[in-house]
Write a protein that binds this ligand. Structure first.
Ligand SMILES: C[S@@+](CC[C@H](N)C(=O)[O-])C[C@H]1O[C@@H](n2cnc3c(N)ncnc32)[C@H](O)[C@@H]1O
Length: 249
């Protein structure tokens, strides 16, 4: 494993430059890409059960989730701050049988200038919230664009995970890709999500082990802890957090 070096970020344009640079060969860093995508899609589908209409993914990257979710929605919008990511997503979209349902746009989640008030049934955010610089503003925008009764489904690392809070600091291993990365614990995330007119309905954990950022022996220990965490419902042993919040009527 190459040691993870945290990049210092002073402003959003530096973050954009990094994601633009990595867009062309952006790939899963923490294990078997197909298996992990299927797992996340199963979690998302469970949370979107019975919902259709317009799906917006913020921080969509190359839009891998959107393409797979397309059969269930009539319109899918992917937004991202990185033009490089949106270009890569556009290239992939050309081969999707659902191409005519998918719209991809450069738009910061803190602004969502291209999305109308009360126009979206589900807002999805996967592995991007932790990189967003103003998460409070992001949640305000999510609340603004959701229809009443619409759902915000958020998958993000769990800041209360023993890897982030204890093991990595003990071993002197860095866990943040950018100095501005922020891993919220479930209480902090719940508080943030609930403030602008959203009600939290589900707060749970999922298996996320950032294997690409740690030595193999550490990943093996965390796999065992994750299994224990699943059995005994201990969030401290689970690396991923999933929240669903509903827009109040
Ligand atoms: C780790 S990638 C994840 C991409 C995608 N969600 C996935 O799971 O494959 C994080 C993405 O968030 C985007 N991003 C970071 N900050 C953002 C912001 N403030 N607004 C919109 N997108 C943002 C980045 O450009 C990048 O494409």
């Amino acid at each position: 494993m190459a040691r993870l070096k945290t990049r210092s970020i002073d402003c959003q344009s530096q973050l954009v430059a990094h994601f633009d640079q990595s867009a062309a060969d952006y790939e899963e860093a923490h294990g078997d890409a197909g298996r992990l995508l299927d797992y996340r899609l199963a979690l998302i589908r469970e949370r979107c059960e019975g919902r259709s209409g317009v799906l917006l993914e913020i921080g969509c990257g190359t839009a891998i989730h959107l393409f797979s979710l397309a059969p269930a929605f009539s319109r899918l919008v992917g937004t991202d701050i990185s033009a490089g990511m949106i270009d890569a997503a556009e290239r992939k979209a050309q081969t999707s049988p659902y191409r005519d349902r998918i719209e991809l746009r450069v738009d910061a989640a803190e602004e969502l200038t291209t999305v109308n008030d009360g126009s979206v049934d589900v807002v999805l955010c996967v592995g991007a919230f932790e990189h967003m610089l103003d998460r409070g503003q992001v949640v305000c925008q999510v609340s603004r664009v959701l229809k009443s009764g619409g759902a915000f489904v958020l998958l993000t690392p769990n800041g209360g995970y023993c890897w982030y809070t204890f093991l990595a600091p003990l071993l002197g291993i860095s866990t943040r890709h950018f100095s501005t990365d922020c891993f919220l614990n479930s209480v902090e995330a719940a508080r943030l999500v609930q403030s602008p007119g959203l009600s939290l309905t589900v707060r749970d954990f999922w298996t996320f082990i950032p294997k690409g950022d740690m030595p193999g022996w550490t990943a093996a220990i965390l796999e065992v802890l994750d299994r224990l965490g699943r059995i005994f419902r201990l969030g401290i042993f689970r690396g991923g957090m999933i929240l669903t919040a509903i827009k109040n009527g």
